[in-house]
Unconditional design. Sequence first.
Length: 269
Amino acid sequence: MSKLLENQVAIVTGSGRGIGREVALLFAEHGARVVVSDKDDAPALEVVSAIREMGGEATAYCGDITSAGFAESIVDKGISEFGRLDILVNNAGYTSDSLIHKMTDEQFQAMLDIHLIAPFRLIRAATPYMRDAAKKEIEQGIVHHRKIVNVSSGAGVNGNVGQANYSSAKAGVIGLTKTVGKEWAQFNVNTNAVAYGFIDTRLTRPKEEGETVEGGTIGIPGKVRDMFIQKIPQRRPGTAREAAESIFYLASPLSNYVNGQVISINGGL
């Protein structure tokens, strides 16, 4: 099988676990050098180790993606390690659910910070190595496509009960995607988004399992989860690998004429 991302460099946020982990591994399988990023060191380093064991190249950059200076620092890490930046995947995130009349300012702002403001900052920080680098290449007659893939959600398209904060942030990601797609298309930077439905990750597992992020319990109550699955025409959640494959398509040369689009990955829901 040909390696569609040979010698390209990718930053994948939230890639210590779940969908992001599968994206990082899939990119590496296709020859990309990957900057693996997670808030926690251990899962990120495990992914780096797995990539190196398969003969690939990877490095880790960990920390709070919402903190000031994170975006510039992770981009600098990729450039210092690998010398270029071809692919940026804004994947990191979590949920903090509540009905709107009970939702706090802090809950609402937290979702904007990680799902919308952090991707904006990363795209801005990547400007010299994506937009500006491409501009110089075009002046030399070189055409090389770079890719930005943002992760939205069906909640950002249709709304979702208990997720006013998450839905608002993910809707904002769609606006960001379409705008950057229009601004940077002339520089051969393809900017697209995936809008996931029900993907089997720790964010969608039974809430009764007690998994927590940022001090809050994540997941979906078991009975609600079962009812939701029955609404999916394919009658099952998507796997993290299936979700990663949609990002891979948008990051690969297969999508060189796809720009400013939001692709729903939801089993027909």
